[in-house]
Write a protein that binds this ligand. Structure first.
Ligand SMILES: [Zn+2]
Length: 225
């Protein structure tokens, strides 16, 4: 009996060690970045609850650089980390910033976009999920509305930081190669083939953000919940 238990323990230790080893090969999670994004999530959740939105089960924050850059799903809200980006994405962000003739670096643009503004965009998808409206909207409508929610939230909470970020987006959009068309039909038809294409996604997301910002005087977070 004892020998069987011991053998089982050795086997388990072996499996555990293998899993531990494969995890060690992954980049360590930047806990400070995770805490920053969790703080944005928590502030958003408490704000929408103050507007009577039934925000139960807020999404977990996962820090991982993936080809999709940023996602919301059953697993949680996944945000990328500059320090673990593939070299080609770092180059792309630096090219955007340098060509934009701005006063910001690729890293600053990346962090403001993916670790600040778009965190609330992804929480916009969480709102759509809670409301059960996500499936009724086209991709274009869903993405545009997530940016309306983000603009409306940042307007309520950090207006001057939002205005500063919008100036950066205005500088970056024209340096990204534009898609053939910005119509809903074109976006809906090409989203999947362009899912991991940062020019396609970047152009459309920044275009959505600027279009939502043009409506800022009429945007009210409570109306979008
Ligand atoms: Zn989205």
């Amino acid at each position: 009996m004892k020998r069987v238990t011991l053998a089982a323990l050795v086997l388990l230790a072996g499996i555990g060690g293998w899993i531990g080893y494969s995890k060690m090969n992954k980049a360590p999670v930047d806990m400070a970045l995770k805490a920053e994004i969790e703080a944005i999530r928590d502030a958003f959740i408490s704000d929408v609850r103050s507007l009577d939105f039934p925000a139960s089960s807020p999404p977990e924050v996962i820090i991982e650089s993936t080809p999709a850059m940023m996602t919301y799903g059953d697993e949680g809200l996944t945000a990328p980390d500059w320090d673990t980006l593939p070299a080609e994405v770092v180059t792309q962000m630096n090219n955007w910033a340098n060509s934009a003739d701005g006063t910001f670096t690729g890293r600053q643009y990346f962090e403001k976009t993916f670790n600040w503004f778009l965190v609330v965009h992804e929480l916009g998808h969480y709102v759509q999920d809670v409301n059960g409206t996500g499936d009724q909207l086209s991709h274009y409508e869903r993405e545009f509305q997530a940016n309306q929610i983000a603009v409306a939230y940042w307007k309520r909470n950090h207006r001057s930081e939002l205005d500063d970020y919008i100036a950066w987006v205005r500088a970056v959009l024209p340096v990204i190669s534009a898609p053939e068309s910005t119509t809903p039909e074109y976006y809906n038809a090409n989203l999947y083939s362009g899912t991991n294409d940062n020019d396609f996604n970047g152009y459309f997301q920044f275009y959505f953000i600027l279009t939502a910002y043009d409506q800022i005087d009429d945007l009210n977070l409570a109306d979008l919940l």
